[in-house]
Design a protein around this ligand. Sequence first.
Ligand SMILES: [Zn+2]
Length: 500
Amino acid sequence: MQTIKFRAAIVAVALAAFAAVPTVHARSADAPVTEADLAAHIRTLAGDAFEGRAPGTDGEDRTIAYIVGEWAKAGLEAVPGSATPWLQPVPFVETQALSGTAMFKVNGRDFALGDDGIVVTGRDASVALASLPAVFVGYGIDGAGQVNADVKGKLAIMLFDNAPFGEALPRYRERRQMLADAGASAVLVIATDAVPWDALRESVGSKSMRLASAKAGAPVSGFLSPEAADALFKAAGQDGAALREAAKAADYQGAVLPVTADFTTASTVRFFASHNVIARLPGARPDGKAVLFLGHWDHLGICAPEGAADRICNGAVDNASGIAVLIEVAKRLGRGARPDRDIYFLATTAEEKGLLGARWFADHPVVPLSDITVALNVDTIAISPRGTPVATIGRGKPAYDAVVREVATTLGRTLDADGEADAFIQRQDGWALGAKGVTSLMVGGSFSDMALLEAFLSGNYHRAGDNFSDQIPLGGAAEDADLHVALGRAFADTKRWAVK
Ligand SMILES: [Zn+2]
């Protein structure tokens, strides 16, 4: 665990380097953000020296130093009264699976599943469980979002995909946790076509992180390939396709299987702190309300096995591009006409591990959440060219939508009204704040052109190929950066956006 003192030294060095900030007089208009402005930041943040920006690594130290340095240059300040200026420590538990075995009995007789179709990991350093009765739970929840079966002391076998019923029901990680909270001793998630089996397998072999404050997961968790699940169901006298079909009902209550399971696992467990970076631009005429910009600084770190040509997931698009935008937005707002309201800038850690830094901030905000009039999240923004319509994830509140429409239209942007972007609402940091009642929007072109977005998601996304290159489209990101400057001005304007 690296100490806070050490991080404070990193911040001090970053600040000293830029102590002499030139005074720039307020301008009437903000200079447009250029592709070159963004490219410079992305090239640095996604450089190999930053090692893919994994939390708790040297790459984190470099990333923090860079962001703090750039935001200080922009005129942002540490939040007054914070014990660790610029940084919010976020305590984590990291688990690395060393080994895991699973053995099944069907109707009391050994059933060999084969190692290819199953991968398991333990919550603690060493776990041994025997003769767990198995139950297939479908999505694990009912239409009301409640755990749908008795899983106490059992192995629960759950589907990965989002439930086809109900409104905004939780994704698989949360559902898996709900099953653990309900007493499941083991949870196996059946893989989906949407995520390649090899990727899921590797994700278990790699390190997993949770907030130290979070409830512990089930003692054993893991994944089953669709084929392995079907083989197990078949041996148990069930048909996999029929079980999946039955599970689509909002009142499905699971199917008890004539199956028992034994598990043994070994893992290393490490406690450490990573950090959110938090800064503030004090308002000229503060009225107690605030605007929050956020984006995640972290990415996946060293992600490919030893021997691979490129082992680093550099995260150029995801999300060096978003941090680059937040740096340039801070510069425009910090050096131009000073907005009325306080504007907070938050670079979160561990988004890739399940929005963990954003969740920690939402539980430990440096400004009361009820004072945040809007949160604007910037993630994976270098997708589209100039001229792409503006989509809004989290839209639906007419007054907010009107501001976005007016600001975008003033900048000559058109609006995307088809709602396809809504599918991503749970996959971004704004969700952690939205869950606590903060109006959280993700505005821009990257989630507007679904063909371009899908091409990225099925291509370099979360792979070593997400490197900085001249091929990354930055025109749309530059336009979206201008849009965020204007949105920041609009929502921080006490006359234009009058809120109680
Ligand atoms: Zn990501």
